[in-house]
Design a protein around this ligand. Structure first.
Ligand code: NCD
Length: 525
């Protein structure tokens, strides 16, 4: 059977790699698969059923449910499945992950990699780098599935969670009101909710965590940008006292392995704030159900064992759903299903060019640009550098422009008054008249807000105003500040550093781990 579904060769690195419509398609298919298998059917229409298709399960951090549900899903698909873990493979031999995976791509005509790693953004990087490499080398574009990357995301857990919520809500997606409880700071499954809950039209999220374990502000902001109503409480007692509790409670454990010393010391008190107690039972709203990505801490579970055999237990059925939803994701990415999808795909990446705007020239104004004391007759003048910033910053920016553009030519630079009395930098380069698109991008990245003037025979003939570029990449002196990011220089994965400006804002988001940076933070000190 030909596998040519529209998801073939795609990857699931973050929840947003599937649009809301595509996520709905996944839930519909998983529901069909679950029903068919539940009725004793063979579900042949879902299977990859190709012994040459390779599924690699690369688990460099511990996992039980995620790994086993993927392994079983691979068995369901009747494909070649290979397991790797940190201890028993060449990944322990100081080899870069990029090299190791590249080698594996060469062992089968088509492959899918399910990867759990502490390196945040690793799947996005591998998909971007090895996809084109595989095609150039005569293999099908491999798919990557993120099975949890550090504190970043856990999209396949998110999909099984949403599937479970929909199942409880009778497949209605009008409205969801849920509480996220526990370690919202380090838990990746709750971070993925910021995009995963978008399949509901109306979303109210209650965050219940003491400040040390609070949801990172960038995820709260993302939830709000996605139109969710977000409310916050510091403990379960406060939450229940508010009288506003949701019926869907999503607990997480304290991620002790990711905590710094200072938070770790307080762990018992923090855990108490988010652990359910017997005396809370009669304050729960009608129809309350508890979810948990699991595992629960055996010694100090946030959902205690006395609730296991009560109607509150939704977590057992939830974890079983991992099998169906993951089997469907593998079917989608292999192209076995997907032809019957209807709806919109994911949003495109930001446009590279839009930040350069040609500005009008006043034909009567006399250019005052000078090299030292001589006016520029012919050449380039970069003006309004860091206009209005403190003088030290302006000089830094002038330095950066010279460095980034390699302007080691006859030229001059200086800091001058602007018309409004503040300061700005100017760099003038006589005789240089060609300035390619690449240089324009580099200039915009090094000094957003400046203008570039082309002067000929003593007159400005062209003027460009450079805004904040939508992407900054391919510079030696930029780096992501997140030490767990796959692109962080300490990991030696030789990943290209790349930032994308958030639409409508000034924050620069690392292309791989999505950590937000201000403009000045992206440059190495
Ligand atoms: C979660 C994870 O690994 O992020 N577990 C899982 O995949 N089911 C949650 C956790 O470890 O607490």
């Amino acid at each position: 059977m030909k596998r040519n579904g529209r998801f073939k060769g795609r990857s699931i690195c973050v929840v947003g790699d599937l649009s809301a419509d595509e996520q709905r398609y996944l839930y519909r298919k998983a529901r069909e698969l679950k029903a068919e298998l539940g009725a004793g059917g063979d579900a042949a229409g879902f299977r990859i059923a190709d012994p040459d298709y390779s599924a690699y399960l690369v688990f460099l951090e511990n996992s039980t449910r995620t790994r086993e549900s993927f392994r079983n899903a691979a068995l369901f698909h009747r494909v070649r499945a290979t397991m790797f873990d940190a201890a028993s493979s060449s990944f322990a031999k100081n080899e870069s992950l990029t090299d190791a995976i590249k080698m594996l791509v060469g062992y089968a005509p088509e492959s899918c990699f399910v990867i759990r790693s502490k390196l945040e953004g690793v799947c996005g990087w591998l998909a971007d780098y090895l996809g084109p490499w595989a095609e150039r080398s005569g293999y099908a574009r491999p798919s990557f599935i993120n099975a949890g990357d550090g504190k970043h995301e856990h999209p396949t857990q998110e999909f099984l969670d949403e599937f479970s919520f929909l199942e409880q809500l009778g497949w209605k997606d009008e409205r969801i009101h849920l509480a996220l409880i526990g370690d919202l700071r380090h838990g990746r499954t709750v971070h993925s909710k910021a995009d995963g809950l978008r399949i509901f039209k109306d979303v109210v999220v209650d965050l219940v965590a003491p400040p040390e374990l609070a949801m990172p502000p960038e995820y709260v902001a993302r939830m709000r940008r996605n139109g969710f109503e977000v409310r916050e409480w510091g403990s379960l007692d406060e939450y229940l006292a508010s009288g506003k509790a949701a019926a869907i409670w999503y607990f997480t454990r304290l991620q002790l392995e990711r905590m710094g010393e200072s938070v770790l010391e307080k762990a018992p008190a923090l855990r108490r704030a988010v652990t359910f107690r017997r005396d809370m039972l009669d304050r729960l709203p009608d129809g309350a159900r508890f979810y948990h990505p699991l595992p629960r801490d055996r010694l100090a579970p946030t959902i205690p064992g006395f609730l296991d055999d009560t109607a509150l237990n939704a977590w057992d059925a939830q974890s079983a759903n991992g099998y169906y939803t993951r089997a469907v994701q593998m079917a989608m990415l292999s192209g076995a299903i997907g032809d019957d999808f209807e709806g919109e795909g994911p949003a495109s990446r930001p446009d590279d060019e839009a930040f350069v705007v040609e500005a009008a020239i006043n034909p009567r104004s006399k250019p005052e640009y000078k090299v030292g004391i001589k006016p520029v007759e012919s050449g380039l003048v970069i003006d309004h550098i860091a206009s209005g910033e403190p003088i030290e910053e302006i000089w830094n920016r002038v330095d950066k422009i010279r460095r980034v553009l390699g302007l080691n030519l006859r030229s001059s630079h200086g800091v001058y008054h602007t018309n409004s009395g503040a300061y700005k930098g100017i760099v003038s380069v006589p005789d240089l008249l060609s300035f390619g698109e690449k240089e324009l991008k580099r200039l915009g990245a090094a000094s957003p807000g400046c203008t570039l003037n082309l002067v000929q025979d003593g007159a400005v003939v062209r003027k460009y105003r450079l805004g904040m570029p939508p992407r900054i990449y391919n510079f030696d002196d930029i780096a992501c500040r997140n030490e767990n990011c796959v692109s962080h220089p300490s990991h030696q994965e030789h990943v290209e550093t790349s930032f994308e400006r958030r639409r409508g804002g000034d924050a620069f988001v690392c292309r791989w781990c999505e950590r937000e940076h201000s403009y000045s933070e992206i440059w190495r000190d």
